[in-house]
Design a protein around this ligand. Structure first.
Ligand code: S3P
Length: 170
């Protein structure tokens, strides 16, 4: 069966929902950030620091290219994967679901976490808010959206499975 790609902003729940979803469907869980870290032998924060964001975005393109025809997998992507138009093209040709959440809820989840290099600024709240707003139109351009606010990962996974079944019939 076709793989399921989860997209959305940092802290939207892609990794947590991915785990539930993969378990329910007995699919393999793949996380693009983790795959990049394993292949490069260094943490995402290190890649940003040493090689720069552009190099990281190139690695995301390569990773998605490798995964685009995968099967029976749930693929949790990094929040910025949609910044490259070639990635959006691939993601729109596959089954991708945008996990949508309110910014204040998102920020509560990401504010204590210092593993996200883009948020290591003097004003993480406004940095995250600006990034969130600048990416909205791209996320919104995807066909399938699921709001994650006030839902648990199991409920969100069930909603994704319903969408997946409808999509598979088309
Ligand atoms: C990023 C999101 C991160 C990671 C990197 C850049 C982004 O992934 O890929 O820090 O640009 O939004 P998560 O969405 O899993 O936090």
């Amino acid at each position: 069966m076709k793989s399921i790609f989860l997209i959305g902003f940092m802290g939207a729940g892609k990794t947590t929902v991915g785990k539930f979803l993969a378990e329910k469907l007995r699919f393999t869980l793949i996380d693009t950030d983790s795959s990049i870290e394993i292949e490069q032998g260094k943490a995402i924060s290190e890649i940003f620091k040493v090689d720069g964001e552009l190099a990281f975005r190139d690695l995301e393109v390569q990773q998605l290219e490798k995964l685009k025809n995968s099967e029976n997998s749930v693929i949790s992507t990094g929040g910025g994967i949609i910044l490259r138009s070639e990635n959006c093209k691939i993601l729109k040709e596959t089954f991708s679901v945008y996990l949508k959440a309110d910014f204040e809820n998102i920020f509560k989840r990401i504010e204590e976490d210092n593993t996200r290099p883009l948020l290591l600024t003097d004003d993480p709240y406004n940095t995250a808010k600006d990034l969130f707003e600048s990416r909205q139109d791209i996320y919104e351009s995807f066909k399938y959206h699921i709001s994650t606010d006030f839902k648990n990962p199991s409920e969100i996974s069930d909603e994704i499975i319903s969408l997946y079944k409808v999509h598979a019939q088309k």
